[in-house]
Design a binder for this molecule. Structure first.
Ligand code: ATP
Ligand code: MG
Length: 567
């Protein structure tokens, strides 16, 4: 596996020209002169935190803008004041930046265009292409028909233009309660595409908006806001997920019938679905609301905030998105692919340290009491610039409980009575005696060391199979370590109905008695280091100098599990 050169900025990810159908399309639009330059946008609705699926869209939109020398806008699709909050707006900006992208001065809001959108709605009314409908919601739904039956006209469909204008203005003026009336486009009630059966353009909603306050009590629908916002911003390529393919005819109809300043084009790509994960804000909101996780940034969440807190580097997310490519059909991506990108990146970038998660005391009987030794440890095996650090070694150390077996099975080469092993960077030690408590549990190992093996090798060249990590009792720091597994125990949690039935009860394991080498107290929060032989870990946001808390970002491949499975 190639060791990737660390990059910190998305702009330095090598462009590769047309590597998928979207890039091909853009390239051919440019070559044929259909567009003069590339303008894209990432249009989140600020009703939750961004997740890995959004990362795919961000990498695509900002990525193609970079590759083709264009620009990408960040546009908040803030047309539904009821579910949208400033907290989400701030989090989205933070997360897009963290992922490595920059919208520069091109920050927009659909709400910036409310007045223009309103004027365009009047334009449609005057052209006889929109009408105010007083039909109650349920009845309107019934009248729309089904896929096999055409819709039927409501009695308000042929209202005169003047009456429509008057009513629409009074809707804006606040005369009517929520749900009393809507504005609908007048298109085709027999259309095979349900979205063309006189779709709703405006609804009444007496709710304050985070940006426009109480200026409005009617709000445009997604369909009436999105394409026109694209046009106002001169977006050339409006890239969205496949579920919007059915909305494209409406998108194009509105653009064709309004005096818009530009003609954007919508193209759909497959949304990201990831094994053992849910990527839907609605479901993620429920996980938070019901307390199944501690918040949007719980390290088990597939949100960018959760992944960051867990120690996943943004480069790994970008590489992952690049590796999965842009398909035209939806599919389920194997979680192992994402994990591979994380390990690959961290293997190259993370410094090595030692930590013992489930400590077992080891006393070296022939090491003089009160003495200590200072040993040199390498911070990164492939990166000399990462330097070295000094580790103290003494008579009492701790090793991993799992690294000892009193009656070892075949192929278990680690500590057991009479067995000699290497302590990483230190000495060879041999287990002489096992100390147990009254319950018969092993509480201590009495060992001897070979003073001539300093650095880890015996002068006579005798072989030892295992090298164990350890910490020195005199200087180790206590820590809590949080081990995460997938939040769900089914590969497709949303496929079989209730996602909550698929929650993994063991998604979090907390180890309170871990011991870590002292240098680990000073790692910046969120920056993953490798605990040798264990995996990648980072200090959690809740960590404090007096109480260190580590998150496991991801484990190393477990070779022992493989040996066990094979035997
Ligand atoms: P969700 O389905 O999670 O509620 P959404 O589509 O409602 O997401 P938006 O904030 O509207 O969320 O999405 C912003 C952009 O991100 C849209 O262009 C949308 O198509 C894209 N997007 C959302 N989820 C995914 C996904 N799983 N894979 C790829 N793109 C996605
Ligand atoms: Mg949406």
């Amino acid at each position: 596996m190639a060791v990737e050169t660390p990059t910190t900025d998305a702009a330095t990810d090598a462009p590769e020209g047309a590597r998928d159908f979207i890039r091909e399309l853009i390239q051919s639009d440019l070559q044929a002169g259909r567009v003069a330059g590339v303008v894209t946008r990432f249009p989140p609705e600020p009703n939750g935190y961004l997740h890995l699926g959004h990362a795919k869209s961000i990498c695509l939109n900002f990525g193609v803008a970079q590759e083709f020398g264009g620009r990408c806008h960040l546009r908040f699709d803030d047309t539904n004041p009821v579910k949208e909050e400033q907290e989400f707006i701030d989090a989205i900006k933070r997360d897009v930046r963290w992922l490595g992208f920059d919208w520069g001065e091109h920050l927009y809001h659909a709400s910036d265009y409310f007045e223009q959108l309103y004027q365009w709605a009047e334009h449609l009314i005057r052209a006889g292409l929109a009408y105010v409908d007083d039909t109650p919601v349920d009845e309107m739904r019934a009248l729309r028909g089904t896929l096999t039956e055409p819709g039927q006209a409501s009695v308000y469909r042929d209202r005169p233009v003047d009456e429509n204008l008057d009513l629409f203005r009074r809707m804006r003026g606040g005369e009517f309660p929520n749900g009393a009336r809507v504005l609908r486009a007048k298109i085709d009630l027999a259309a095979g595409n349900m979205n063309l059966r006189d779709p709703v353009l405006y609804r009444i909603l007496h709710a304050a908006h985070p940006r426009t306050g109480t200026a409005w009590c009617i709000y445009p629908t997604y369909d009436f806001a999105h394409g026109q916002s694209d046009a106002i911003e001169h977006v050339t390529h409006s890239l969205c997920t496949l579920e919007f393919a059915d909305h494209r005819p409406l998108y194009d109809w509105l653009i064709a019938h309004l005096p818009v300043p530009a003609v954007p084009r919508q193209t759909e790509f497959a949304r990201l679905n990831l094994g053992y994960t849910v990527l839907s804000k609605r479901n993620l909101t429920e996980l938070v609301r019901r307390g199944h996780v501690t918040g949007w940034d719980d390290p088990r969440m597939p949100t960018l905030a959760g992944l960051r807190r867990r120690g996943v580097p943004p480069e790994a997310i970008r590489t992952f998105v690049r590796n999965i490519g842009m398909a035209r059909a939806n599919s389920l991506v194997d979680l192992a692919l994402f994990e591979h990108a994380i390990r690959d990146r961290l293997n190259a970038s993370a410094e090595r340290r030692m930590a013992v998660l489930r400590p077992l005391k080891l006393v070296i009987e022939n090491f003089p009491e009160g003495h200590s030794d200072e040993l040199v440890a390498v911070n990164h095996p492939d990166n000399p610039e990462a330097g070295t650090r000094t580790l103290r070694f003494g008579r009492e150390i701790y090793v991993e409980r799992d690294d000892f077996m009193e009656t070892p099975p075949k192929k278990f080469y680690r500590l057991s009575p009479g067995r000699e092993v290497r302590l990483r960077y230190a000495y060879l030690v041999t287990c002489r005696e096992v100390v147990k408590n009254d319950a018969g549990e092993v509480v201590e190992l009495r060992c001897t060391y070979d003073p001539a093996s300093r650095g880890g090798n015996a002068p006579d060249g005798r072989k030892v199979q295992a090298t164990l990590h350890w910490v020195c009792a005199a200087e180790a720091r206590p820590a809590e370590v949080r081990l995460y597994s997938t939040l769900f125990n089914r590969p497709e949690p949303s496929a079989e109905g209730d996602i909550f039935a698929a929650l993994n009860p063991a998604s979090l394991e907390v180890l309170t008695g871990a011991l870590v080498e002292p240098s680990l107290a000073n790692v910046p929060a969120g920056e993953a280091v490798q605990f040798e032989r264990q995996g990648y870990f980072c200090l959690d946001a809740e960590s404090a100098p007096e109480k260190l808390v580590f998150n496991r970002t991801i484990g190393l491949r477990d070779t022992w599990a493989k040996v066990q499975a094979a035997s």
